[in-house]
Design a protein around this ligand. Sequence first.
Ligand SMILES: *[C@@H]1O[C@H](CO)[C@@H](O)[C@H](O)[C@H]1NC(C)=O
Ligand SMILES: *[C@@H]1O[C@H](CO)[C@@H](O)[C@H](O)[C@H]1NC(C)=O
Ligand SMILES: *[C@@H]1O[C@H](CO)[C@@H](O)[C@H](O)[C@H]1NC(C)=O
Ligand SMILES: *[C@@H]1O[C@H](CO)[C@@H](O)[C@H](O)[C@H]1NC(C)=O
Ligand SMILES: *[C@@H]1O[C@H](CO)[C@@H](O)[C@H](O)[C@H]1NC(C)=O
Ligand SMILES: *[C@@H]1O[C@H](CO)[C@@H](O)[C@H](O)[C@H]1NC(C)=O
Length: 416
Amino acid sequence: MQLRPMTSAAGTLLLAVLLLCSGSLTSAHNITRILAKHPEYSTFNHYLSITHLASEVDRRTTITVCAVDNAAMNELLSKHLSIYTIKNILSLHVLLDYFGAKKLHQITNGTALAATMFQSTGTAPGSSGFVNITDLRGGKVGFGAENNDGTLSAYFVKSVEEIPYNISVIQISKVLPSDVAEAPTPAPSQQNITAIMSKHGCKVFAETLLASDAEKTYMDTLDGGLTVFCPMDDAFKAFLPKYKNLTAAGKTALLEYHGVPVYQSLAMLKSNNGLLNTLATDGANKFDFTVQNEGEEVTLRTKITTAKITGTLIDEQPLAIYTIDKVLMPRELFKKAEAPTPAPAPAPEPAAADAPEAPKKKKKKAAAPADADSDAPADSPDDAADVTADDNGAVRFDGARYISVVAASVFGFLLL
Ligand SMILES: *[C@@H]1O[C@H](CO)[C@@H](O)[C@H](O)[C@H]1NC(C)=O
Ligand SMILES: *[C@@H]1O[C@H](CO)[C@@H](O)[C@H](O)[C@H]1NC(C)=O
Ligand SMILES: *[C@@H]1O[C@H](CO)[C@@H](O)[C@H](O)[C@H]1NC(C)=O
Ligand SMILES: *[C@@H]1O[C@H](CO)[C@@H](O)[C@H](O)[C@H]1NC(C)=O
Ligand SMILES: *[C@@H]1O[C@H](CO)[C@@H](O)[C@H](O)[C@H]1NC(C)=O
Ligand SMILES: *[C@@H]1O[C@H](CO)[C@@H](O)[C@H](O)[C@H]1NC(C)=O
């Protein structure tokens, strides 16, 4: 359901009524629309959008956005920082708690530390992702980045919009200075994706990836756009026995199955229900999964598993890494639990696919057995057009030899 932008107070009231009446509404607020009503924050609004912070703000509740006016933004822009650095700075202006004007003036003991979205990115060391809010004499409320010598450099100006207790948008007098947030931020292509995963609850998946050829596939894809869905440690640990059972090629395919060769922000995932090809996809209708939204949640469905996106580790075009609560098990590697009669398989058991679903014609296949002949014409997928799939999901070429083609070599041919 889409709501049209409303500009008047009556519109706001109507919006509130609509929200109360609608149980199916997925996003309760839209920061882009809220700020669009106030041209004095248009620069701030623009940068919230292009840094993708806006969709993060829309996804959360109980938050406070500390907006600054165009003059304050121009001062920031005059420093000619990279967009990644600007994102860090602006993420310091999104407090992960609700502070309406009233609460700001009634802070217990007159001072509080608020965690920010910068803190939650994990790039903020120590307490640098916190903002100090302090009630000052004369009803003034001061704001300062916690690592900034306790200097309260900005002041509360006014309340812009309050939707208790989902989102409070307030204006503060200037951009909060923070040496840490302003430090040069590496471009995504220089990011160490396994380090990001390791630091945030996906260490087992990251280490498994590091020990595999799939890591190179991920890195080769990064510049052109990469979205990774990494299973949290509990989920991947529980899956390890099954993983160890896979052939070498099956292992690579499973890891590549958790990467998608395009950048997908959360907003894009939310608005695009349907099939996604993965790094393991090789030819049509193989190693893909379905994205489906359920209320606030985004789920990823294979024929075997349904996983939920549980968090965002990084979202900076061209790279997005999300955590998921289950390992994605492709039907090409695992039998459907219900499948009663698996086809007799010349290849090791776990490579069997559910026979009824397996299309008859396949181009080629990433998950061929480990001892496959890897001299196959990997860089000429069109030559392999008459290859047929057997019931294992493995592919015969010329009816005789298995071919093993590393997905990395055919990225140029993958189109969504
Ligand atoms: C606050 O957010 C919740 C959850 O998204 C939503 O159901 C509710 O309608 C929102 N409240 C208001 C007043 O917008
Ligand atoms: C928020 O509003 C903007 C502008 O109207 C729109 O482009 C964007 O898609 C909206 N976001 C969501 C999550 O609906
Ligand atoms: C407020 O100050 C009192 C006395 O100094 C202290 O015991 C209490 O923990 C403080 N409360 C908060 C929320 O900081
Ligand atoms: C915030 O900063 C003020 C002064 O700069 C300091 O007195 C206060 O203790 C700080 N508050 C917290 C919660 O650290
Ligand atoms: C990335 O981080 C991992 C630790 O997670 C480390 O082993 C690896 O060498 C790093 N790679 C690069 C290119 O720095
Ligand atoms: C590993 O494979 C063996 C033989 O195919 C099978 O008996 C066993 O259940 C599998 N273990 C797991 C954890 O899938």
